[in-house]
Write a protein that binds this ligand. Structure first.
Ligand code: UGY
Ligand code: MN
Length: 241
């Protein structure tokens, strides 16, 4: 309960910071015993939708017209025949029929995006993966920042989802400014995020959207590593949309 109208959340033209005190829940069509916190959507100018799905036991997502990526944040989910635990994930192509259900209370980060076909290339099939099975790569030779790419390095995919883990004190080596947009969930730890001309303290549970060309920089603070899950559009020419 915040009686004086303060929040760290911010809504600017080229970025959003959404902190849990400002989350609003609403069901999406077809959801059963589940609800969504829609963090970003075309309503703010994003070319994708990202939400946190919260499941009660027996909960299920509704069907998706677009391709969908699901990353388990808490509890366990079933996707088709597979059981996914925390850090496991699933990629589902548009209109895939595999149900996404929960037997126990669970939470997941969900990304949905209209698929951009590539001439001569078949779209990806449904698959599941585990973040703990993915080898990390240092970011630009800095071993204090571990990057794990959750989707295969294949032009069939029109987006990427990575995790980035920063040792305390590690920072992005530069202010990035790029055409790709980002959806970011803080999974652990915290630090300072520079977005455009503002510097924000951020912590576990926060969500950030960065529009194309939003200047961005992060530095990890505190005594535990900071970790986030980050989406970006990828593998497509900017003139093709
Ligand atoms: O992949 C990225 O663009 C990533 N380095 N951006 C970020 O962490 N804000
Ligand atoms: Mn970036």
């Amino acid at each position: 309960m915040q009686r004086f109208g303060f929040t760290r959340s911010a809504n600017r033209a080229d970025h959003l910071l959404l902190t849990p005190d400002t989350f609003v829940r609403a069901p999406l069509p077809g959801m059963n015993n589940a609800t969504a916190i829609i963090h970003v959507a075309p309503a703010v100018g994003a070319a994708f939708t990202q939400y946190t799905a919260e499941f009660e036991p027996g909960g299920a997502l509704g069907p998706a017209e677009d391709q969908r990526f699901v990353y388990v944040l808490e509890g366990e989910l079933s996707v088709g025949e597979q059981t996914l635990s925390v850090g496991d994930y699933a990629y589902l192509p548009a209109c895939d029929a595999a149900p996404v259900t929960a037997q126990i209370k669970a939470r997941a980060a969900v990304i949905e995006k209209p698929y951009q076909e590539l001439p001569g290339k078949t779209g990806p099939a449904m698959f599941t993966g585990r973040e703990c099975a993915i080898a990390s790569k240092p970011l630009l030779d800095d071993a204090a920042i571990e990057v794990r790419c959750l989707l295969p390095d294949d032009f069939a995919f029109d987006f990427a989802v990575n995790t980035m883990t920063y040792q305390p004190g590690a920072t992005l080596p530069m202010v990035e400014i790029h055409v790709m947009e980002h959806g970011l969930v803080m999974l652990a730890g915290g630090g300072i995020y520079r977005l455009s001309d503002d510097w924000y303290p951020v912590t576990e549970g926060d969500f950030i959207w960065m529009a194309p060309y939003c200047p961005q920089w992060f530095g990890a603070l505190g005594k535990v590593p900071a970790k986030y899950l980050i989406y970006k559009d990828w593998n497509r020419h900017p003139q093709e949309s």
